[in-house]
Design a protein around this ligand. Structure first.
Ligand code: ZN
Length: 262
């Protein structure tokens, strides 16, 4: 009796693993990434012939607004992703994950894809977008558009008491990011520490230009989407948190200055 039950359980476990492998968690292949790159080069050429449709787009194209800070200061809506392409030309893009999801209806299963894309200029701005579509490529495109339109500013600094340099290489103070059950705590680290964070969220810091940080995670961080979104949220907190004057004096908040040492 006990033996048979054990055997049953093992068999069930195996079949579940097989199902997960074949249906869920399809990573983008080499060919797809190459196609993605080609498409990006094409888009750069298309940007020259871009005809803006919105007021914000027209102001950006005419050269009246030269930075995204000016757009935000005027409270203008950003609906066209070309505005971001125009203002931040060297934007890094990375497909975090692509999932095949299934919906069951009367005639069987209907599949769709959901993708998450991370963008960042490598210095100050990052954004994340999540979108679903019938095609894998379509979902990536949609997610990319969403990521560009949801850019957030990251305030960098040197908040570690172990470090006295005045360069913005880490976070200015401790911040907490949330998404679903995931909590990401970021602590300022001295120069040379590197990115002491989970592999899934390393790109988030690379895209924001942060070189040294300590991280503590709680919750289901194996859920890639939520983990990355929590990390982005934590970095966005650096701009949302109100710092006291004393805090501002201690910490060098110079987001526009690049690292001077290099
Ligand atoms: Zn420092």
């Amino acid at each position: 009796m006990p033996r048979r039950e054990v055997r049953k359980r093992v068999r069930r476990g195996r079949s579940m693993q097989g199902a997960q492998k074949s249906e869920f968690g399809v990573p983008p292949t080499e060919e797809e990434t190459q196609a993605f790159e080609r498409r990006r080069a094409m888009k750069e050429r298309a940007l020259e012939g871009w005809v803006p449709k919105t007021v914000t787009g027209k102001l950006v194209k005419s050269g009246e607004l030269t930075s995204i800070e000016q757009v935000w200061a005027r409270n203008l809506p950003v609906i066209e992703p070309e505005i971001i392409d125009f203002l931040l030309p060297g934007l890094h893009e990375s497909v975090i994950d692509t999932r095949k999801t299934a919906r069951v209806n009367r005639s069987g299963r209907r599949f769709s894809f959901s993708s998450a894309v991370l963008v960042g200029d490598g210095n100050q701005y990052i954004g994340i977008g999540l979108a679903a579509d019938k095609e894998k490529f379509g979902s990536v495109e949609k997610a990319l558009r969403k990521a560009k339109l949801s850019l957030v500013k990251v305030n960098k600094g040197c908040g570690s008491w172990e470090c006295i340099c005045n360069n913005p290489h880490s976070v200015p103070f401790k911040v907490v990011g949330k998404c679903a059950s995931v909590r990401v705590n970021l602590f300022p680290a001295p120069k040379g520490t590197g990115l002491v964070v989970g592999d899934h969220i390393k790109n988030v810091f690379r895209f924001a230009g942060i070189k040294d940080v300590w991280c503590q995670t709680r919750g289901a961080s194996t859920t890639k989407f939520n983990f990355v979104r929590a990390a982005v949220d934590a970095l966005a907190q650096t701009d949302r948190v109100r710092a006291s004057n004393e805090m501002m004096q201690k910490i060098t908040l110079r987001p526009h200055a690049r690292e001077e040492r290099e």
